[in-house]
Design a protein around this ligand. Structure first.
Ligand SMILES: Cc1ncc(COP(=O)(O)O)c(C=O)c1O
Length: 253
């Protein structure tokens, strides 16, 4: 939403930034000839601004990742302090930020979820979760839902059920897609009981002993913010426990 203008020094105009980005960089999930990005120069609080000072409310916190708001001085200072002290450490090292963040997350997570594996993004997290699930269970197959997005790397794309998968899907990933409670605007949403019945049938027909995990977004995100019917997630948990299948919740929000 454009609200007003303000000024700040910049080298390139918004138009020049867009032209160079379009000429020299690829944009994901868009026909390149149709790409029409907003040039962003700086951001503060809930707003971001073009080089010309046009102000937008950032309803999406960029990609759901600047949730504390833009430009919080406490966050900037913490980044500055750490960059001065130790900007990079290889993954085999132990260091204070890793130690303290791991401990904090363990405190916040429920039950016995008390171990963290840090990655740089969602797709990488899912790639590692696929490997862990297969290693822990010794089973090859993974279930995921058609109306899902799990990332753009090979394994995460294979999990992804929506049509973005088609172009890179060789059908050899070991991922089996299952139906969601939601079937589109032309059809009613299944009840939790109906949906769980389809899921259990799929598990039985695929062979429970061949399925390592069921990956799902608890609330489907980029396929339309689909909230499952009451009792669905509890039912998935129960089915997964019954058949020894790991339930992996892929959360972005
Ligand atoms: C549920 C979910 N999983 C994974 C991803 C991929 O995350 P990333 O883009 O950080 O690889 C996304 C991205 O939107 C997502 O919505």
């Amino acid at each position: 939403m454009a609200l007003e203008t303000s000024t700040r020094p910049h080298v390139l105009s918004g138009e020049e930034i867009v032209a160079l980005c379009r000429q020299y960089t690829l944009y994901e999930w868009t026909a390149q000839s149709a790409v029409d990005p907003i040039p962003v120069d700086h951001a503060q609080g809930v707003y971001f601004y073009t080089p010309e000072g046009k102000r937008y409310i950032d309803f999406n916190s960029q990609l759901m990742s600047v949730n504390a708001g833009h430009g919080d001085p406490r966050i900037i200072e913490a980044i500055q302090r750490q960059a001065e002290k130790l900007a990079y450490a290889n993954p085999f090292m132990a260091h204070e930020p890793r130690a303290l963040l791991g401990k904090k997350l363990a405190e916040l997570m429920p039950g016995d979820l008390n171990k963290v594996f840090f990655t740089l993004g969602g797709a990488e997290a899912n790639e590692n979760a696929i490997k862990l699930a297969r290693t822990v269970t010794g089973r090859p197959k993974i279930l995921s839902r058609y109306r899902s997005y799990h990332g753009a790397t090979a394994g995460a794309m294979a999990l992804t059920g929506d049509p973005r998968r088609w172009a890179s899907d060789l059908g050899t990933s070991g991922v089996v897609h299952v139906l969601d409670p939601y079937h589109g605007p032309q059809r009613e949403v299944d009840s939790a009981a109906e949906s769980l019945q389809y899921l259990e049938e799929t598990i039985q027909l695929e062979g429970p002993n061949t399925i390592a995990a069921f990956f799902l977004e608890t609330v489907t995100g980029t396929n339309g913010i689909l909230i499952p019917p009451d009792g669905y997630l509890q039912g998935v948990r129960e089915l997964c426990d019954r058949y020894g299948i790991l339930m992996v919740c892929d959360e972005i929000m």
